[in-house]
Design a protein around this ligand. Structure first.
Ligand code: MLT
Length: 398
């Protein structure tokens, strides 16, 4: 062929982080058949879907098999019943949204990767370490990225005063809170500083709140729109994956406020609608019905009970690290525990050591960015039994 490719792909790593990990684990298990591997790497849930969710899904699937209730293409931005449920969900946090600002999708990852489609060539600010999708999707688009480092000193919560270069330059800023991978979460005061910075510079914040349901502390906002001024500078992306166990079902949402306009006055809401209606055909009816069920009072109760189960796992892992005097963040308002590798080990070195000596799979911090070197992420999304066994092994080898 003589076609040209998007050469920006040459700027990203050949393999996506979690694909690389699964390849390494596959090689290890082929070389060591019969070894009992405990997977606490990718943040994939293990509990089955709440019963209220599966009931709604079954009823909706049945409706699709009847002439009278069959539905074809869903509306590209979501059925009004689910958008209303998301709207009411935000009201719990004191956030008022217009229905037209809510876009249902097949998950936060897709939206976070696709948002670059509607943005031009801007300065892009991304915290490091970070969920690889923000960096990779910007590199794929040929954007230059400025990283701002999280560290032990700033509690893995970088702040606007770390921004270098022209401080007045508008930027697209990515924030994930509670953070993936570090589990650290911004409080209202810290988030207000980011909003103030964005408003002062004409910047856009892309706020990933996929882990908000894990927040336990009252002073931590669940949505950026709890902060004054955020409607004028932020898009928020959230997901049913971690909150309702939808990693294999796929549903999420993005909020694009009507007030967001670019430098030439173009509405970002209109652009996102245009993008989605061209490239996306909506989420299936049974999935949206299931998602709506997750947001009912009974659905919330069942989902939060699952989250409580993962919190117990996180507490167990935290206890082992505390007993060994190992520094970590997360675990409390997040399903992730981000620990400092003992004995100044590199994060891939620690990955290999854990796999070989304890048959535990985690995620090397370096995979989330340079500032993650020397750190390691363990997820609490495993089963309780596996987490207990992993903790026993950790106690022995750390
Ligand atoms: C993770 O492990 O970081 C997440 O599961 C990835 C994702 O949500 O796509």
């Amino acid at each position: 062929m003589n076609i040209k490719i998007n050469s920006n792909f040459k700027n990203i790593k050949e393999t996506y982080l979690f694909s690389e990990i699964s390849q390494r684990v596959k090689r290890y298990s082929e070389a060591n058949p019969g070894k009992d591997i405990i997977r606490l790497g990718i943040g994939d849930v293990t509990l089955p879907l709440p019963s209220v969710v599966t009931s709604a899904m079954k009823i909706a699937a049945g409706e699709m098999g009847e002439q009278k209730t069959f539905r074809g293409y869903p509306p590209e931005s979501g059925y009004p019943f689910l958008k209303s449920a998301v709207q009411s969900h935000y009201q719990r946090y004191g956030v008022s949204l217009d229905i037209s600002e809510i876009f249902i999708s097949d998950g936060a990852k897709s939206d976070l990767g696709n948002l670059v489609d509607i943005l031009g060539s801007n300065k892009v600010i991304i915290p490091d370490p970070v969920y690889p999708v923000y960096v990779d999707s910007n590199l794929m688009n040929g954007n230059n990225i400025s990283l701002i480092s999280g560290s032990k000193e700033n509690g893995f919560l970088p702040m606007p005063d770390q921004i270098t270069g022209d401080a007045a330059e508008p930027a697209v800023i990515y924030i994930c809170s509670p953070n993936n991978p570090t589990g650290a979460a911004y409080n209202s005061e810290q988030l207000a500083k980011w909003v103030e910075y964005a408003l002062g510079t004409g910047s856009l914040i892309i706020y990933d709140s996929a882990y908000e349901a894990f927040i336990t502390q009252d002073d931590l906002p669940h949505s950026i729109y709890e902060i004054k001024g955020a409607y004028e500078c932020a898009v928020e992306v959230c997901s049913f994956s971690k909150f309702a166990g939808f990693t294999g079902v796929r549903c999420g949402w993005t909020i694009v406020p009507q007030k967001l306009t670019a430098d030439d006055g173009t509405s970002l809401n209109k652009m996102w609608l245009r993008r989605q209606s061209t490239k996306f055909n909506g989420v299936s009816y049974p999935v949206q019905a299931a998602a709506e069920a997750a947001l009912t009072p009974e659905g919330m109760k069942q989902c939060l009970s699952n989250i409580e189960y993962y919190r117990r796992n996180a507490a167990l892992i935290g206890e082992v690290l505390d007993s060994k005097g190992i520094f970590y963040t997360g675990g409390r308002n997040s399903p992730y525990i981000w620990l400092e590798c003992p004995d100044k080990m590199g994060s891939w070195e620690f990955f290999d050591m854990l796999l070989n000596k304890a048959q535990i799979v985690g995620t090397p911090g370096e995979g989330f960015g340079e500032a993650g070197e020397g750190y390691f992420r363990i997820t609490s999304f495993g089963t309780y039994e596996n987490t207990v066994r992993a903790c026993d092994r950790l106690r022995e080898i750390l």
